[in-house]
Ligand binder design. Sequence first.
Ligand code: ARG
Length: 416
Amino acid sequence: MKKKIILAYSGGVDTSVAIKWLQEKYKVDVIAVTIDVGNEKDFKVVRQKALKVGAKKALVIDGKELFVKYFIFPALQANALYEGQYPLATALSRPLMAKLLVDTAAAEGATAIAHGCTGKGNDQVRLEVGINALAPDMKILAPAREWGMTREETIKYAQDNGIPIPVTKKSPYSIDENLWGKSIECGVLEDPWAEPPADAYTWTKSPDEAPSKPQYIEIGFEKGIPVSLDGKKMEGIALIQKMNETAGKHGIGRIDHIENRVVGIKSREIYEAPAAVVLIQAHQALEAMTMSKDQLRFKQKVSVECADLIYNGLWFSQLNRDLSAYILSSQRYVTGTVRVKLFKGQATVVGRKSPWSLYNLSLATYDKGDKFDQKAAEGFIHLWGLPVKTQAQIQLLGDKEGPLSIMGPDEEKKKK
Ligand code: ARG
């Protein structure tokens, strides 16, 4: 009996060629596994294609619910944005894929897992580190890294082997998408000076073609998780889909990012992530209302660590477990409603309320009902400024350059 290999199958040219190539090179049976993480794809067609190209078996696994529960929402609670910009849609999906591929390999008695990533990207790192963590003895094959074919050669190989190539004008971009966003690269986007052409975007309207009237939405959160839209309870998948659609229509969620890949390359990536952008913004607004200054500051640091770790493919590390525990704990009181205005490419938080709000009107107001003890400010300032005052008396006022020396010699010369 032939050995069995699991192939992470997308339905594209590369993974289709990989089916044939793996069979020929390794004399194995290929089981194509396609994971649905909310891509806009006809999975029946993908499955049929795998079988047609020669896969012994083709499985489609619905990973949407797991994706939302264990990956998207925890990342939202963390406000995870890689380098402050990228909501990590692609990056978050890879550890889930690794898990489902490993499970399928076990169920099917397969001895190896193959994927279609090249040697230049992040996704090979995320998938393989994930698989290694979950199944240390599993063999991993990366045909696209091994076969050394150019794009043209791959297409020629496909034609020679009767692998259908889409006849419709192929998109000049390399695309990866799921519920949390769409990643777009290659083609003209490789020129960092070139503005992305209109056809790079499919989830979002151009802000200048967006509706000329703003739309207001109310997002309800419970412990940092969005649970309702405009007062209507919604499940995660439906809520995210709805947010993508609504915010996308207003041209919200376009991101143009020069990012630092794990493998040392700077790359230019375009993202469309309407739901992620709005939800993270709204979530942050609710945190600002319900968490102390110190909690917020500390959480920001954790957030950067979480985003890096997700991007860098270290999902299954114990550090992730530790940070996740902190993030989860931090969300105890992040419950309430945020009102967001969607208008011409911009989402703006215009209102927030929470039963746990730390905002206290009688402390904040400048009007009647002020409970703030203004007299207490005097003593507070005296002690708060004491170290600065002490230091100034000893080191600053005696300095012959005078107080301006604190700005440095150049600045000072300009002043003179
Ligand atoms: N740069 C993004 C990341 O590393 C997306 C990678 C996949 N993008 C693509 N267009 N194929 O997570």
